[in-house]
Design a binder for this molecule. Structure first.
Ligand code: AGP
Length: 639
């Protein structure tokens, strides 16, 4: 360790999350690696940012409130010395406001130790009192500084006792034994240049393996420029990285193993690909996201093969209820999937908001199949709901877009979507990929339980296979909906109406507009209109209507046409998303945007796209940052 071949470790972190370590055998300075990692991971949260390195003079740190660019300015004005060991962090504030003082890293042991943290330490007040009684003082409002103080205190105690060896790892093991809550901690100490130590519980952390350099990151996009070899870690683990070594243990020092995997997308995929924003790029990624998620899911005989679905078939056959657990857009994907799964499998399917689920004393047992839908795989609300469901005996399948993340690791099986990295905070391609994966799961269950014959499944798979090209058609003809979004930049509110599978699409369209344009938007079931919401309709009120196909069941189309007439009669500006050829709506619509025809249950994979484009165009016309909307983070890793 130490300055062996001049190579040491550096690390970076993002969104109050994970961290990394890199020994620059390849000549990358720690700061270069850390800042590149923070740049790639800033989307996960951007209230403040900071870095710390170990130089000849010991620990040196810079940190600033606001976006990463503020830290870049600070470093330009007051540069750090070149170093091969460092950590960095962007923060999404939980404890304490987004100020310079509260930004990470936090220092301890008289400035000889630097620490960064993701999560919430639930017993920080108790620990702070204990440490204060021992003479420690604190300058910030954060739970993180308490963790730093605890670690520094334990490190110093070991040192004063004459302990030898890797004291930082031992001190972090002891500290993690004391902490309650969710955390990923990353620390460096000037006594141990070349060493970065991290500990995690309920919070993301992934290792990057380089040649003479090693990394840690909130997710692999942090070190994708330097390596694609990664190791996922388990719960309650400590990892110590040095230029040539990665050592994993539990909180008590017992050696442990991680699982190595290859990152199957490159740095370019995480860049904007020539689009003005990640948001726009990812909307245009959607044909591929759906196509890749479908890839390789059936064998030559036409049977569905979901190789990651490692749950005994007899258990899947005995399932008598499905509970979808998710939040936000992922919950709307679950709501869309519910229609298909119940129609195909005849299994009662409930869609629950994760944060509500475990507090309502739900009826869950060994015959319940839980489907946890999460793009990031780190949403704390969903992770905790999954844990609760498993404690009740349920089997859990994760539908996730992030390899090596926590929710799949804590599930009984996983169906990965292959949408590629979704960088923009507002989810788009992951939403379509989630619906696609949920449909695959539904078809698999229908196949297994005999609800559908192989040829019926083949028909649906053929319809799904045609979806990417249909999405592309929408993208190639999006100028009118883009122009409409820009024209409505001054709208104060927009309502969204949908019915059947169009109802969750309306909800998702409203959420996109809220997230991106910060205006009031509300989605609701078209049939609900006359039960109250129609009171909202006044002259000039924009209403987006997701029109069912004319071939949809139960004459839903006629009913929604009536709804359009009702709101139009009261002055609404009607913006209708309809199936190509459906000219019946034109008489009542200010604007009609057509999507290609598709079977009813697959329509959401198409009707959602114009709503995404509309929200993006409206927010862009307002000049907002569509990739990092205010107050949001890409992965909500606190409850
Ligand atoms: C979607 O645009 C939002 N960013 C948010 O609602 C998100 O879908 C939700 O936080 C769930 O995230 P997950 O899919 O990573 O679990």
């Amino acid at each position: 360790m130490g300055r062996d071949h001049g190579r040491e470790s550096s690390a970076f972190d993002a969104v109050a999350e994970a961290a990394g370590g890199e020994s620059a055998g390849a000549g990358h300075g720690a700061l270069d690696v850390v800042m590149e990692g923070l740049r790639r991971l800033e989307y996960r949260g951007y209230d403040s940012a900071g870095v710390a390195v170990i130089s000849e003079q010991g620990i040196e740190s810079r940190k600033k409130a606001g976006k990463l660019s503020n830290l870049v300015g600070e470093l330009a004005a007051d540069p750090l010395p070149r170093s091969m060991t460092g950590i960095g962090h962007t923060r999404w504030a939980t404890h304490g406001g987004p100020t310079d003082q509260n930004a990470h890293p936090h220092l301890a042991d008289e400035g000889r130790l630097a620490l960064i943290h993701n999560g919430i330490i639930e017993n920080y007040a108790e620990l702070k009192a204990e440490l204060t009684d021992q003479g420690l003082t604190f300058v910030s409002d954060t739970d993180t500084e308490v963790a730093a103080g605890l670690l520094g205190h334990l490190y110093r105690t070991l040192r004063d006792q004459g302990a030898e060896g890797d004291l930082l790892t031992r001190a972090l093991q002891q500290a993690c034994q004391r902490l309650e809550g969710a955390f990923t901690l990353l620390a460096i100490h000037e006594d141990q240049p070349g060493t970065v130590v991290a500990g995690r519980r309920n919070s993301p952390l992934v290792v990057g393996l380089g040649e003479g350099e090693n990394f840690l990151g909130s997710d692999v996009s942090g070190f994708i420029d330097f390596t694609r070899r990664a190791v996922e870690l388990g719960q309650d683990q400590i990892v110590t990285i040095t230029p040539d070594d990665v050592v994993i243990s539990d909180f008590y020092g017992t050696p442990a193993e991680g699982t190595e995997f290859h990152v199957d997308w490159d740095a370019a995929a995480a860049e904007k690909g020539g689009f003005a924003s990640f948001m726009e790029k990812e909307i245009h990624d959607q044909p591929d996201a759906v196509g890749q998620t479908l890839l390789g899911r059936s064998d030559t005989a036409g049977n569905l093969v979901l190789d990651e679905l490692r749950i005994d078939e007899s258990i899947l056959r005995s399932v008598d209820k499905i509970v979808v657990l998710a939040c936000g857009t992922s919950a709307y994907a679950g709501q869309v999937a519910k229609y298909a799964i119940e129609h195909w499998c005849r299994i009662p399917t409930e869609v629950e908001l994760s944060h509500e689920f475990r507090y309502r004393d739900p009826i869950v047992n060994e015959k319940t199949l839980v489907v946890a839908i999460s793009q990031s795989g780190e949403t704390m609300d969903t992770l905790m709901a999954v844990r609760y469901a498993r404690e009740q005996g349920a089997k859990v399948v994760a539908i996730c877009n992030t390899n090596g993340s926590t929710i799949p690791r804590e599930s009984d099986a996983v169906l990965y979507t292959h949408a590629g990295p979704e960088i923009a905070v507002a989810s788009t391609k992951a939403f379509l990929a989630q619906i696609t994966a949920a449909y695959l799961l539904g078809l698999y269950l229908a196949q297994l339980r005999g609800n559908k014959y192989r040829d019926e499944i083949a028909d649906v798979m053929a319809d799904l296979a045609a979806i990417p090209a249909k999405i592309q058609t929408i993208l190639d003809n999006a100028d009118t909906i883009k122009a409409l979004g820009a024209d409505m930049a001054n709208a104060k509110s927009v309502l969204f109406l949908g019915r059947h599978v169009g109802f969750p699409v309306a909800m998702e369209g409203a959420l996109k507009l809220k997230e991106l344009a910060y205006i009031h938007a509300e989605g609701f079931a078209a049939g609900e209109l006359k039960h109250g919401p129609i009171a909202l309709i006044e002259q000039g009120q924009p209403v987006v209507v997701v029109m069912p196909s004319q071939s949809a069941r139960d004459s839903l189309h006629a009913k929604v046409v009536s709804n359009v007439q009702e709101i139009r009669a009261r002055g609404a500006i009607t913006i209708v998303i309809a199936e190509e050829g459906d000219t019946s709506v034109e008489a009542y619509s200010e604007h009609v945007f057509y999507v290609p025809a598709s079977p009813t249950l697959l329509a959401p994979l198409l009707t959602t796209v114009p709503l995404q484009i509309f929200a993006l165009a409206l927010a862009s016309a307002k000049g907002y940052d569509v990739d990092q909307p205010r107050n949001l983070a890409k992965s909500v890793t606190v409850e």
